[in-house]
Design a protein around this ligand. Sequence first.
Ligand SMILES: O=C(O)CCC(=O)C(=O)O
Ligand SMILES: [Fe+2]
Length: 363
Amino acid sequence: MATDFSSIPLIDVSALLAKCDDPKMGEDPGVLEVVRQLDKACTEAGFFYLKGHGVSDALLKEVKDITRRFFELPCEEKTKIKMTPAAGFRGYQRVGENITKGTPDMHEAIDCYKEVTRGMYGDLGKTMEGYNQWPQNPPKFKVIMEEYISICTGMLSHPFIPIPMILFPGVEFFILMMILLVRAELARKIMRGIALALGGSPDEFEGQRAGDPFWVMRLIGYPGLTTTNGTHEAMKNDIGCGAHTDYGLLTLLNQDEDINALQVRNLSGEWISAPPVPGTFVCNIGDMLKIYSNGLYESTLHRVINNSPKYRVSVVYFYETNFDSAVEPLDTIRTRKNGTKKFEKAIYGEHLVSKVLTNFVDV
Ligand SMILES: O=C(O)CCC(=O)C(=O)O
Ligand SMILES: [Fe+2]
């Protein structure tokens, strides 16, 4: 239910994060104020900036820097982890390989998904079966990205063991400490606030709905206007990433701090810019949350146009439902007030697979 918003609101979620696992969180005035702001932002724009999230500026920067260093490598090096259907569509895609609604996107990317072992979700999961392809170069890429993912997800995709420093001679002490200390459980906690905003219990998105959340991460590089990277010379208004909605619950976007390229569409069809706000994530609602909220919250269309001369990097993390969740409008007072159920049941895994299978050329 987006409106004619003209800017994206900024929400400081520190009060929510502090009380998030307190059984009385729903009575805390600080939490309730964050919940009110989340509700307003999700209803009016489907987009908001997130501050007070507890993830350090150094880590936000480190994941973008290491991604940029990967994209600077020669093509032969990058295609060592080329995305293939056999890897469950995980890996590197060159500029133009990803398509949105039939048009090639002017970006290169590494796609990562929660790993799906053989038979894990039966036929539903077959397309996504596979392991992430991490580059050897730059060194420590895998370790830094996996820790970032676990901070966003709120649970570990592998058992967490505080690994002795000696195993990581190349990682600066402060980065490792930062990674080990800041276990933000970010997306899960924001979803607890959103559950309250929808008039439900804070646990609404745990258990069968999103207690074992699927996640996706895209590391994206958008060539600048004057950049020639051997295969592509970007033109003004080339679409870096075509207009789309995200598929799951909540997206946490960590974008380059000095380039204004992300645009969000309001109800009248105007493209509103979402410029970088240092130290924040840009968050947006995905298709599954639109269904859970019975359309109260919008999965808003957005796109990327990099008209800057600089190469732009974004690290995009998508927090999803359980892979096999059957998603339908929640039965809370607020969603009921929005009228009869506006959506049929959707299986998240089917929705994801249908998108993945139409997103690429020549694979
Ligand atoms: O790079 C960006 O700013 C946004 C990318 C995006 O919308 C996506 O990957 O879904
Ligand atoms: Fe998106």
